[in-house]
Design a protein around this ligand. Structure first.
Ligand SMILES: Cc1ncc(COP(=O)(O)O)c(C=O)c1O
Length: 400
């Protein structure tokens, strides 16, 4: 039986944490427990413990199984693995990234609370604050999270219960200094939540830098194959973990067992995939930088990127996302998105296959007219792990 140790490396944890061979059959990977209810040994006599019934590891929080909204062994395996990868005490897996965000926000915020949010962020996150939470009396103030002095000033002026950060941001790839923002949030009595979707835990571990909660759309790099939608929260504090688990169960936002299984299968190869995503994206960014049809490239791996030094300090690599402004303007950017052969025109990101999109008309249409509005000539690339020569050729042809 694979016994993980605290000293095991990331790639080992990705393959083994929460994933001991099944106690009953010896199945090498956690089975899909496609089940809603569990037989009890007498009233209140729950069977279980963590997957496989082993007696150690962070999975001990599960006291037994009664109903799969509350706990399911396949979901538990994913949660245990994600907790290990992010260095948290506990992870919770959700039906989507937005469900994870909603659970965190409704757990830590109350009507009358204020939140500092990034002025460059995933459009759906902004929509959640602007169109849903606002109706419940939670207000927000967008700040440039790449500028700690601006965040400190906004905190002094507006106060906040929570600072919400994405880094790198979607779609402009800005970098926030997580340790600096944790200090600012904590000294004002606020929590710091970091959406780690673009980096993945392989490249960046926000809890170790002082964040209180990590948010994921596991739909992206963690799942990695564009075949499952999911989300996750990982926290460093057992009390917050228990409160989040209560909300998740009370509101019923957990993901299903097959989705958890698919995500876990993706997680096993996260390290090797991210290495290749980073290599390919760096070459794409370099090519775009010297292309006459490109006005500006956003990639934190470029030395001229304003967040390059902070990214180099807090990330293992610079990620697989590259955005750029088309020198020909909006219509040229839109036209180019329809001309690629390998880069598929589509929303989402983080899969093995390369994707291209026009944020202003697609993923970020919901921020039109707000301070988060994105440039109309912006193109966003999720650089996959195909052969790099083929990808470069595809982009050069579409730009020509
Ligand atoms: C950075 C980021 N966070 C959260 C989400 C929401 O995740 P989901 O689509 O899984 O609900 C997305 C989706 O694109 C995202 O890009």
């Amino acid at each position: 039986m694979a016994q993980i140790q605290a000293s095991d490396g990331f790639e080992t944890l990705a393959i083994h944490a929460g994933q001991e061979p099944d106690q009953l059959t010896g199945a090498v990977v956690p089975p899909i427990y496609q089940v809603s209810s569990y037989k009890q040994d007498g009233v209140g006599g729950l069977r279980g413990g963590r997957l496989g019934g082993a007696d150690s590891g962070p999975g001990r929080w599960i006291e037994g199984y009664e109903y799969s909204r509350t706990a399911n062994p396949t979901r538990g395996a994913l949660e245990e693995c994600l907790a290990a990868l992010e260095g948290g005490v506990r992870a919770l897996a959700f039906a989507s990234g937005m469900a994870a965000e909603d659970c965190l926000l409704r757990t830590v915020l109350r009507p009358g609370d204020h939140v500092l949010i990034p002025h460059d962020a995933y459009g759906g996150t902004f929509r959640l604050f602007d169109k849903v939470l606002a109706s419940w009396g939670v207000t927000h103030h967008p700040v440039p999270v790449s500028d700690p002095a601006a965040v400190r000033a906004a905190m002094a002026e507006h106060g906040a219960r929570l600072v919400w950060v994405e880094t790198p941001t979607n779609p402009l790839l800005s970098i926030a200094d997580i340790a600096a923002l944790a200090e600012i949030a904590h000294s004002a009595g606020a929590l710091l939540a970091v959406d780690n979707t673009f980096a993945s835990p392989y490249l960046q571990q926000p809890l170790a830098l002082g964040a209180d909660a990590v948010v994921h759309s596991t739909t992206k790099y963690l799942g990695g194959h564009s075949d499952v939608v999911g989300g996750a929260l990982v926290v460093a504090d057992t009390d917050l973990a228990a409160r989040l688990a209560f909300t998740q169960n009370a509101t019923g936002s957990a993901g299903g067992p097959f989705d958890a299984w698919l995500t876990l299968r993706g997680v096993k190869t996260l390290g090797v995939r991210m290495d290749r995503h980073c290599q390919n994206a760096a070459q794409v960014a370099a090519m775009l930088t010297s292309h006459h049809a490109v006005a500006q490239v956003y990639y934190p791996g470029l030395a001229e990127h304003p967040g390059h030094e902070v990214a180099a300090k807090q990330m293992r690599g610079f990620g697989g996302m590259v955005s750029f402004r088309h020198a020909g303007g909006e219509e040229a950017a839109v036209a180019m998105c329809g001309r690629t052969r390998l880069f598929t025109l589509g929303e989402s990101l983080g899969g093995v296959e390369s994707l291209i999109e026009h944020p202003a008309r697609m993923t970020h249409a919901s921020v039109a007219g707000s301070v988060l509005e994105v440039p109309a000539d912006l193109v966003r690339l999720s650089v996959g792990i195909e052969n790099i020569d083929d990808l470069l050729e595809d982009l050069r042809t579409a730009l020509a």
